[in-house]
Design a protein around this ligand. Sequence first.
Ligand code: GLU
Length: 449
Amino acid sequence: MNDTTIVKARFAPAPTGYLHVGGARTALFNWLYVRRNKGKLVLRIEDTDAVRSTEESTKAIFESLKWLGIDWDEGPFFQSGRKEIYRKHAEDLLAKGLAYESDEVKGNHKAIIFKVPESGKVAIQDIIHDKVEFDCSFIKDIVLMKSDGTAAYNFACVVDDCLMGITHVIRGDDHLSNTPKQLLLYKALGFKVPQFAHVPLILGPDASRLSKRHGATSVEHYRKEGYLDKAFVNFLSLLGWAPGDDREKMSIDEIIEAFSLDRIGKKGAIFDLKKLQWLNGVYIREMDVKELCSYCRGYLESLLDTEENKQKYEFVIALVQERLKTFAEVVPLTKFFFAKEIKYGRKAVKKYLLKDGVLDVLDKVLSVIEDADDFSIENLEKAFVALKESLNVSNAKLIHPVRVSITGIAASPPIFETIVAVGKDACIKRIKDAMSFIKSGEFPYELGE
Ligand code: GLU
């Protein structure tokens, strides 16, 4: 490749389902590579399989790419509209005697098949794996056109990569076994061979190929769960690639600047959900609270139905900002601030409410809250200190039962902020309710608890 050749890569998904994490990572690496090298990205929809390809999947893939911020410079091209181009090249190979027609006619056409030489070797010079050699005697003849008149993957891929001027084929190394076949086709067609970079697969925690068995694999799932686009892209970029120093949180510009194919590892990368959650938490903590509010609003929409709840929304979000790992987590962490009736966690009740002396403590707390005319954090804190001293109990013995009574859960933001945000009337009601639940032994538990 001479220096004036512009880098051109492509992302070529088959629209047979949503965009999964592996596809997204492939798309991202292609995108990063062309942006780093001021090249161009082609989007090609490989929809030759009319039965399995759907418009719905194509749309879902576009939407996920948009969310990830991956744009393209050429396309989208649809292989389903390019049948005649593939047929013409297949017929050229027939005419040259390099392919033959199969007698077996299933559809309306005769299949066209490429004849693989019986001996010899095909060598791939891969950017990531270096030299990989294949023996022709192990390669079966290659279907170019199927008997239903459509082109087979290996053939359509080669014809398109050449006609679209692709200089770099960056794809998952599950395609490594296709590459020798594709090389034979490049040579037979007289096409210039692009550079290949086969990226090691993404693995689950048990080091086997990432699949649904390990949990959700669609990009859409992670968007819905409340991962920030920037955090998710940052995480994806580190799946198999590293900047060469110890940076982990990187802006997209920093990633583009540092990106190179030779820093992609040869071994599979483990999809570490904990790391994704951690990284997302880092982004959330750095957010302006108003911005965080807008990301979380959709998850709590149904609870933000009163003026009072709308007014305390920002205060509540600020209270949990430190602890949030995803936007969806605002629901379990904050719904008790807004809900009219709360549900209780079974473990929290058992550990902190169903204990001797709790009713007495709650009764005293009830009086303190009822008597607090100035319902401020400072004032409540003072009143609780006085109560603790007069009851001669530990802080924990006082605070935990109050927390569980008011929130239903064992961990909440600081207790006085929580009491103030829940509000005086609601606190009184919840403590009274909790006391009668303790007496009856019947709590409204959270579903599944
Ligand atoms: N349509 C193929 C896939 O989705 C593309 C493979 C390639 O990049 O050549 O796996």
